[in-house]
Each structure stands twice: as structure tokens, then as C-alpha cells.
Design a binder for this molecule. Sequence first.
Ligand code: AMX
Length: 436
Amino acid sequence: MATLKEKLYEKIEQWRPRTQRLVKEYGDVKVCDVTIAQVIGGMRGVKCLVTDISYLDPYEGIRFRGYTIPEVMEKLPKPPGCEMPYVEGHVYLLLTGDIPTENEVAEVAEEFKKRSQVPQYVFDMLRAMPRDTHPMTMFSAAILSMQRESVFAKKYREGISKMDYWDPYFEDMLNLLAKLPTIAAYIYRMKYRSDTIIPPDPNLDFGGNFAHMMGIDKPYDDVARMYFILHSDHESGNVSAHTGHLVASALSDLYYAISAMLDGLAGPLHGLANQEVLRWIQGIYEKMGGKIPTEEEMKKFVWDTLNAGQVIPGFGHAVLRKTDPRYTAQREFALKHLPDDPLFKYVDLLYKVVPPILQEQGKAKNPWPNVDAHSGVIQWYYGVREYDFYTVLFGVGRAIGVCSNIVWDRALGYPIERPKSVTTDMLEEIAGIKKS
Ligand code: AMX
């Protein structure tokens, strides 16, 4: 059996001529036009990034390596007796584009086990931070602190061919991902469980071990697997993926890139929205004294939030124009495992009342729920009620996709990223409202 690295190299060698040919023979072919609204408006819809790891269709949602979420969940191997696939298998899929066999999954799991020991200085550093530091700040700092371990940084200093950059990036990817569940669970137990740390169990898979270190029983292992897979990738233009790609384009190693990726994910318009959703729902819950609001009462809460100039967290999307399939996957899990949970009933009610209100308000281009509208409720149900922590879970998952992208960026020799800026004067000249 070819190892993951051998398989990856085989794929890279097959892929390289395609990219080289496009640049060499078709480099002048136009991809799209860019308007002033796009230049000022956060580059919405400008086609200027390449990734083959995932593709986001506005109406269908995400496909990982061509597979929809239900297909990924069905096709990837699962641990015995579990509903959700091995995260290790998803790593294999994102990197190679192939659905792995049980043996291939076991090989990735073995690699993670060998590389999972977190250096003691990481824990020492986390302990030195004020305990009320946001867990995303801790998570990002923990990853940055391990930059000295980078295989790529060392190889680069020694001198390495550009054609081989992907190899030490791949080593850094496995080394880093293997440690993320331990670091995330450590932050959680240190901050929120009276500093009672649970050591890893080397016999468990990525998701199972995370649930074990969090100290939460089944089926939280499946919740962890589902979360990490669902959050892994959403093509290249979102803030976290784009930040990771951009930072690594300067040949900053994966530790720098993933730490920066997390800093982007920590914003309330991006990954922090899952924490905001729970905070917002909790506010209503308290006002209602724990009672489920009627549809009319809920509509009033939604309008009050909008009229106060705030966004409804968990709704809307820059690309999607329908209900996020990552939301649907979590909804199906909740309908099976927690149908009577009061907070789930809130989420269910919001699904009913928010889209027509956002449509009536007429501002949001997409009135439907995104992934973050659902993630917090499932965590809450299984006892993870410290919603500050939710974006860390998102971050563990997102690191899988962003690392895979960066390894391929280096394999295909994508250069340092450098778009061009213009001045307002220049835009006015282009618009014809000012003479040069
Ligand atoms: N509630 C209220 N207003 C909303 C809204 C929402 N959920 N979503 C969009 N709008 C508003 C925007 O604020 C904007 O208002 P403005 O014209 O006054 O500035 C207008 O509608 C047009 O915005 P858009 O083109 O539809 O969205 P966008 O691409 O600019 O932003 C997003 C996308 C996700 C940031 C936005 O929908 C939002 O703020 N949603 C709530 C926060 C959230 O759930 N974020 C998580 C997204 C998923 C993720 O990254 N994890």
C-alpha cells in the first residue's frame, strides 16, 4: 500500500502539468471583469483564487473534492458503532481527492498518534496567560508558540528546491493537526473545568480522543467528528482560508499561517458568529424565563435586533444563497438526538421566522441560516456551555482544510499573493466623474 505521502506525490506530479499549461499557454485568457462595487465591496465574487480541495456553489453549498456533505458522511470509513466518519479519512480525502480504505485511514491515524505529543512549553505558556483570555487567543498563541518546530522553516534555512517545498509543509501539517485536539481540550479543561486536565488516550481516533479529553461521553465523539469535518473547508475566499493562504504565500510556515487563520476566524462576522448565536438566543431565553416564545414573540425579538442596527447572527452568507448544507447536517443530527431540547426548539423557530423577516427587510442577499446558526445548540446540549469556546472547535476543523490547501499551494508553486490597489481618485477617473 502506498503511504499517504507517496499517494500525494503521485497526485501532485499528475496535477502540475495542468497548472503549468494554463499559465504558459492560456495565461492571457480573461476569467472575469471587476466592477467598482467589487473593488470597494470586499472583492465579492471576484474570481482570483484557485483551489481544488472544495468548491462552494451558491445554491448547492459545499462539495469537498467533488463530494456533497451527505456523500462524504456516507462514503468515508467510520469507527465501529459510530455514526460519523473518521476525521483522519477526511484529511486523506481533502489531500488526495480519493476516498480512503480502512487501512489508509489507519495509516493516517497512526501518523497522528506518533506526532501528537504537545511540547510542555505550550502548556506553560497557556498557563502564564490571564485565565480570562479568550480561548481563541490562547489557541492561536499556542500554535504560534510552536513555530520553532517547523520542518519547513528548518529545511528552507538549509536550502531546498522550490519543487520540494510541499514535502516539509506536509510534515508540518501532520505534526500540527495531530496536536490540535489536545491543545483545544487542554484550554477548555484549564479554563472551564477547574483545571482538571484529562490526558489523551492513544487508542482513540482524532474525534474520539477529543471527546475523551473534553470529558464528555458518547455520542459527543460523533459530534466532534461531525464538527471537524463540516467546518474543514469552504473554498478559498472566506476570511480564515484566505488568510492562511495569503500568509503562507510569503513562505511563512504553517504555524504562522494557521495562527493567522485563527485570528481571522475569531471575528464576529466569521467564526465567532456561532458564539454570538448562542449569546443572542440565551438573551431571549432569559427574557422569556425559559419558556419557548410564540412565533409572534420571536418575530418581535428578531425585529428588535434589526432595528437596533445589529445583524441576526447565524443568518446570511457572502456566497451561499440557500440554507447551508452544514446547517442541514447538524439539524438532522439534532432532530435525531435532541428533538425536545428547548434551545433546539428556539433554533427551529428561528429557521421559520428569520428568513421571511430578512426578506421583508430587503437588505441581506441571503436570508437563510449558515453553519453557525446551529453549531452552538448541539454543544450546549452535550454540556459545552461556555460559548466562548465554540470558535475553537471551528478552528480545529478549519485547520484541516487550510493546511491541505497550503500543501497544494506549495506543490503547484503558487507565488506570493499581491493584488493591486488603486486610489479613490483613480476610481473616480475610471467612473468618468473626474478628469485626470
Ligand atoms: N442580519 C441582518 N442584516 C444582515 C444579515 C443578517 N444576518 N446578513 C446580511 N445583512 C445585511 C448586511 O449587514 C448588509 O447591510 P448594509 O448594506 O447595511 O451594510 C446587507 O445585508 C448586505 O449584506 P450581504 O451582501 O447580504 O452580506 P455580506 O456578504 O456583506 O456579509 C455575512 C455576509 C455573513 C457577514 C452577513 O450575512 C452577516 O453579517 N451575517 C451574520 C453574521 C454571521 O452569521 N456570520 C457567519 C457567516 C458564516 C461564517 O463565516 N462562519
